[in-house]
Ligand binder design. Structure first.
Ligand code: C2G
Length: 129
């Protein structure tokens, strides 16, 4: 059984998020998604429109997602990989190279982002309406 792991904020859940999760689902048998908590985002200087509880509920309801875990810290990835028996850790290619240090515990891959859509662009567009 192949377990796949990814992390993200998934604010204003959009088609780019869905396409990523669909591709992750096709890469294995079990998909674990770490959803960043509001406190973790605050530490990154980011604020989401949608609360952690709602973002986690939306991601958990997507077909193919088996488990949602909270992402509370940068350093938890290695522990999560070991605890969850992860075979492949995958992120969008905006993170290319950033998590290569984990390649001693599992395969690390980066997938191309869906072009033309992002939570930031949606927020910017809403300001102009
Ligand atoms: N994504 C994508 N295409 C888009 C937008 C996003 O493939 N058009 C992918 C990103 O590359 C990422 C995932 O969707 O892998 C979630 O994106 P964000 O919600 O922006 O998450 P981010 O803030 O990058 O959080 O520890 C890592 C962080 O928690 C990642």
């Amino acid at each position: 059984m192949t377990t796949v792991l990814t992390y993200g904020t998934f604010d204003l859940f959009h088609i780019g998020h869905l396409r990523l999760i669909e591709r992750l689902t096709a890469m294995g048998d079990r998909l674990v998604v770490g959803v960043s908590t509001d406190e973790f985002n605050a530490g990154k200087g980011k604020r989401s429109v949608v609360s952690y509880e709602d973002r986690a509920a939306i991601v958990a309801a997507i077909k193919g997602v088996d488990l949602v875990i909270p992402e509370r810290a940068w350093e938890q990835k290695r522990t999560d990989i070991i605890e969850q028996g992860v075979d492949v850790f995958v992120m969008g290619d905006d993170w290319k190279g950033k998590f290569d240090d984990l390649s001693d515990v599992c395969e690390v891959r980066y997938l191309p982002r869906t072009s033309g859509v992002s939570s930031t662009e949606i927020k910017d567009m809403l300001r102009t309406l």
